[in-house]
Design a protein around this ligand. Structure first.
Ligand SMILES: *Cc1c(COP(=O)(O)O)cnc(C)c1O
Length: 362
């Protein structure tokens, strides 16, 4: 009856352990919808991972969360440090932490004036300074970093709360090494007493190269997707067929009372907008000529049906109308096998945008 994420537990846990072992100093990232697995589950799993990794002599002493609003949920399930990825600002949720939780938090500071404001409020605050990268999301320029270095110097220098520098890099660029080298040089030039760099989206190879180039720096990878979702074969998503109705050409159906373009079946499946199921891009080539050709062939997309993420017998089916809150209506033209009520069908989802009814870990 549900939109379900099934996890092959043994395989998933093996992947988590292998990833943590391959990336010494890893900071797992648990944020948002927990990559589909829920934040609470990931925080508990990070604790499990920390316990296992420690037995091998390595450490996993820090978990990253996305926002200050997520700190509480992670803090009750994971007992190490909590790095907040959203930069600290002198307003909002960052100021609402209770004293006990605050002592476990490592803030991300992305503007020199925020560093001054944070240390005025909490002289014992622990923090990383974020550098501006080619992402241009948050972070300090070379000049900002020099200003922040002065603030750090006035607040205890290397005995103060500085825990390192953070860089958030774009995905899949040719190589990050040039950019990272430039940023590391900026750290050195700023005189900051920081030799730990928290990075995202470096390849294993890039990590190794950096370790060789900057032997006095410790590079700590922040990893979410490749950790939790890195072994896709361990994850499968299914939706349940809830109802099936035969329709003749011209018969009306759905909220919009559209009429069936030809004989077939309306198949109602679990999963809708509340789960994050959305309309997919229209099928194929949308040029006028292509549409005319499809129309001539009697293709469904030509009558305005849009591709859905649901597949039956390996064939991606079209939405009969836009997804509803918790269910979706698909159109299965005659000739194709009609699934039975109760049958599970496959769904392709973006894990970071999907809330499952159930996550089943075998
Ligand atoms: C989300 C996030 C990460 C983790 O990204 P993945 O692609 O899921 O590994 C790392 N760093 C920052 C700042 C992030 O916001």
């Amino acid at each position: 009856m549900s939109l379900t994420l099934r996890v092959d537990g043994e395989r998933w846990r093996a992947h988590l352990l292998a990833t943590a072992t391959r990336h010494p100093g890893i900071v797992p990232v648990a944020k948002g919808n927990g990559y589909g697995l829920t934040l609470g589950r990931l925080a508990r799993r990070a604790q499990w991972l920390a316990d296992h990794v420690e037995r091998t002599g390595a450490r996993l002493d820090m978990l990253a969360v996305g926002t200050y609003d997520e700190v509480g949920e992670a803090a009750s399930r994971y007992d190490g440090d909590l790095l907040v990825l959203t930069p600290w600002r002198p307003f909002g949720a960052a100021l609402d932490l209770d004293a006990r939780t605050t002592s476990r938090v490592v803030h991300t500071v992305s503007r020199p004036e925020d560093l001054t404001a944070l240390l005025e409020r909490d002289p014992d605050a622990r923090f990383v300074l974020e550098q501006l990268t080619s992402m241009r999301r948050h972070g300090m320029t070379r000049r900002d970093l020099a200003v922040a270095a002065d603030v750090v110097r006035r607040h205890g220098g290397e005995r103060g709360g500085l825990r390192g520098v953070a860089m958030h890099l774009p995905l899949n660029t040719t190589s990050h090494l040039g950019e990272v080298s430039r940023l590391v040089n900026d750290i050195v030039a700023s005189g900051l007493p920081a030799r730990t760099v928290f990075v995202s989206h470096l390849t294993h190879d890039e990590h190794a190269r950096l370790a060789t180039t900057y032997p006095d720096f410790t590079v700590r990878p922040r990893i979410g997707t490749d950790l939790w979702l890195g072994d896709r074969g361990a994850l499968s998503v299914s939706s349940t067929v809830l109802d099936v109705h035969e329709v003749e050409r011209g018969e009306a159906f759905g909220y919009r009372q559209r009429s069936a373009p030809k004989h077939g079946h309306i198949v109602v499946v679990s999963g809708g907008t509340a789960h994050g199921i959305g309309l997919e891009a229209p099928t194929g080539d949308q040029s006028f000529k292509a549409r005319a050709a499809t129309l001539a062939r009697g293709g469904m997309d030509a009558v305005g049906f849009v591709r859905s993420p649901f597949s039956i017998d390996g064939k991606q089916r079209l939405f009969a109308e836009p997804p509803h809150m918790q269910a979706s209506m698909l159109f299965v033209p005659s000739g194709a096998r009609v699934p039975r009520i109760g049958e599970d069908i496959e769904v392709r989802v973006r894990f970071t945008a999907t809330d499952f009814d159930r996550v089943v870990i075998d």
